[in-house]
Design a protein. Structure first.
Length: 300
C-alpha cells in the first residue's frame, strides 16, 4: 500500500466522516492539536483518503519525553502506515524517548510499534472493587501507629510537610522511566490536595512515638455515579506493607458508609505500592493499558 503523509489540516477531516466522526480517540487527537502542549500532527493518506492520524505533544509534569497518539481507520491499518507517520515525526527535533499508550487488546497496533523499535515499559491495570460485598470492618490492631484522615493531617503543619515530601519522593521513584519535572513544594501541595480529593476518605498512618508519617492512601471523587477512585498511595518503609492494607480497609468502610458501591483504581506495574493493594483485595479484572517507549531514533 502506498501511503502519503501530510501535515494535519482540520478541514481535510470533513471528508472522513465515515470513521472520524465515530472514533472517540480522534476527538482526543484534535483536542491535543488545539492545545498549547501540541507539537506536530500528521495525516496518512491512501487512495486520496485519510486512513490515520498522528499527534505529538509535551507534558509539563513529565517534560523529558515526547508523547504521541496514532488513530487509524478500522481495517485500514498496518506497519507501513505507522512507519510512515513515525518517520515523518522523527525528522523533527524532538525529545526522546517517544512515549505512547494503548489498550493491550490493540494487537496489530502494538505489533507495529514493536516492529518500529518501541519497547513495553509499563502496564496499567484499571480494575474495580464492589465495596458493598466486602467486610472490611476488621482493621488490624496497630501497636506502634495511628490512623488519621487526611483532613486531620492537613491541619498539622509538620505532618502536612512530611506528606508532601514523601509523596514527591515516591512519585519520582515510581516514574523513573519518565522522570517528573522539578516542582516546588506549593505545586506538589496543589497536586495532592486536588479539587476531587476526598479528604475524610483519605487516610494516613503515623508513628505513635515520634509522629513520623508511615503510609498514605488517597481517595478521589469519580465522574461515575456511585463510584470513588483510589489515588496515590505509598510507604515510608517498604517493609510495612500491611499499613497500606489497613488504610484501604478504612477507605472501604468510608465508601460503604457514604453509600458508594464501587471503588476503582489505576495500578501501574512500576508502582510497587499500588500493585500490593491490587493483589491484596479482590478487584474485578478489566482491560489493561500498555505504555511503550522508543528510546532513540531507529537505525537507518
Amino acid at each position: 500500500m502506498s501511503v502519503e503523509v501530510k501535515d494535519l489540516v482540520v478541514a481535510d477531516l470533513k471528508s472522513t466522516k465515515d470513521w472520524v466522526g465515530q472514533h472517540g480517540d480522534v476527538k482526543g487527537v484534535l483536542d491535543t492539536v488545539k492545545s498549547s502542549s501540541h507539537q506536530f500532527a500528521y495525516t496518512a493518506w491512501a487512495n486520496n483518503l485519510i486512513i490515520a492520524l498522528l499527534a505529538s505533544w509535551k507534558n509539563p509534569m513529565h517534560p523529558y519525553c515526547t508523547y504521541i497518539k496514532i488513530v487509524h481507520k478500522k481495517n485500514r491499518y498496518d506497519f507501513v502506515v505507522v512507519k510512515s507517520l513515525l518517520d515523518r515525526l522523527i525528522r523533527n527535533k524532538i525529545v526522546y524517548p517517544i512515549q505512547t499508550s494503548l489498550w493491550e487488546s490493540s494487537h496489530v497496533l502494538r505489533a507495529s510499534y514493536e516492529a518500529y523499535g518501541f519497547k513495553e515499559v509499563r502496564k496499567t491495570y484499571m480494575p474495580s472493587l464492589y465495596v458493598e460485598q466486602l467486610d472490611a470492618s476488621h482493621i488490624n490492631e496497630l501497636e506502634k501507629s495511628s490512623i488519621l484522615s487526611l483532613r486531620e493531617v492537613k491541619e498539622n503543619d509538620a505532618l502536612r510537610h512530611q506528606l508532601i515530601e514523601l509523596v514527591k519522593i515516591n512519585y519520582e521513584r515510581t516514574h523513573m522511566i519518565n522522570p517528573v519535572a522539578t516542582l516546588g513544594v506549593k505545586t506538589w501541595e496543589g497536586l495532592i490536595f486536588a479539587e476531587d480529593l476526598i479528604e475524610n476518605g483519605s487516610f494516613i498512618a503515623v508513628d505513635k512515638m515520634d509522629d513520623r508519617l508511615l503510609a498514605y492512601s488517597f481517595l478521589h471523587h469519580s465522574t461515575s455515579q456511585g463510584t470513588v477512585e483510589l489515588g496515590w498511595c505509598g510507604l515510608n518503609n517498604n517493609e510495612e506493607v500491611y499499613l497500606l492494607a489497613n488504610l484501604v480497609k478504612c477507605q472501604i468502610n468510608f465508601a460503604k458508609q457514604a453509600d458508594y458501591q464501587t471503588m476503582e483504581g489505576e495500578f501501574d506495574t512500576t508502582d510497587p505500592y499500588s500493585m500490593q493493594i491490587m493483589k491484596y483485595f479482590p478487584f474485578k479484572s478489566t482491560k489493561v493499558w500498555v505504555t511503550y517507549q522508543l528510546k532513540e531514533p531507529p537505525a537507518i
